[in-house]
Design a protein around this ligand. Structure first.
Ligand code: ADP
Length: 202
């Protein structure tokens, strides 16, 4: 794929419950940004389909879906949006939330996405994080958040498999944001990081 046809992307990066979905959704309301959350893409699959069943078999245990399948589903989803005219790569930038989540996914996406910036949402207070995820289980119908063991496993998987993804990108495009703040303060800090990156495209 030629450089010009890669998807221009901003990565929302952080552990489960760091707020990347909430913040990505808000930022994705801006006219030239499109929020794409890999978890939402998976949850949007027909639960009775083979892929839908396979997704549930992993997510219910707090495990990651295999890389090849994840990338196939992601590319299919984005290409369908491009085909339908909902994404125009000369205008839109993608806000990627939850992908790439392993170093193998970084490699599989290397000729597909052009990463302009990585927003690293940093959480220090792990106890507050687990409490927040448990609360989310009650309001958002997320079976993977209902069990503290599954939450702990997801945090472990993040530390082991996802955190190393940061090393794949140059330090100068990684912005660290304190995600232990109230959501509006986190949004302000993200906006400050993105001003130069996004306005350059309008
Ligand atoms: P969270 O960020 O709270 O962990 P997500 O909604 O991003 O939750 O993801 C839910 C589940 O979807 C994950 O636990 C995993 O099973 C699957 N998933 C999402 N993104 C990926 C990915 N990039 N690679 C593999 N599995 C993924």
């Amino acid at each position: 794929m030629a450089t010009s046809t890669k998807y221009p992307s901003i990565l929302m990066f952080g552990c489960p419950g760091s707020g990347k979905g909430t913040q990505g959704m808000v930022v994705g309301q801006l006219p030239n940004l499109v929020h794409l959350a890999m978890g939402d893409i998976f949850r949007g699959l027909d639960k009775e389909s083979d892929i839908g069943k396979e997704f549930l078999s992993y997510s219910s245990k707090g495990q990651l879906v295999p890389d090849e399948l994840t990338i196939r589903v992601f590319r299919h989803h984005v290409d369908a949006l491009i085909e339908a005219g909902k994404i125009d790569l000369s205008y839109h930038m993608l806000i990627l939330d939850g992908i790439p989540r392993t170093t193998q996914q970084v490699e599989l996406l290397a000729d597909v996405i052009d990463v302009k910036s990585v927003i690293h949402l940093m959480i220090d207070d792990k106890d507050a994080l687990i409490a927040r995820l448990s609360k989310r289980a009650k309001t958002s119908g997320r079976p993977d958040d209902a069990d503290v063991k599954v939450i702990e496993n997801r945090i472990e998987v993040y530390e082991r498999e996802t955190h190393p993804v940061l090393e794949a990108y140059p330090k100068k495009i990684i912005a660290r944001v304190n995600a232990d703040q109230p959501p509006l303060a986190v949004l302000r800090d993200i906006a400050n990081c993105l001003v130069g990156v996004v306005s350059a495209r309008i």
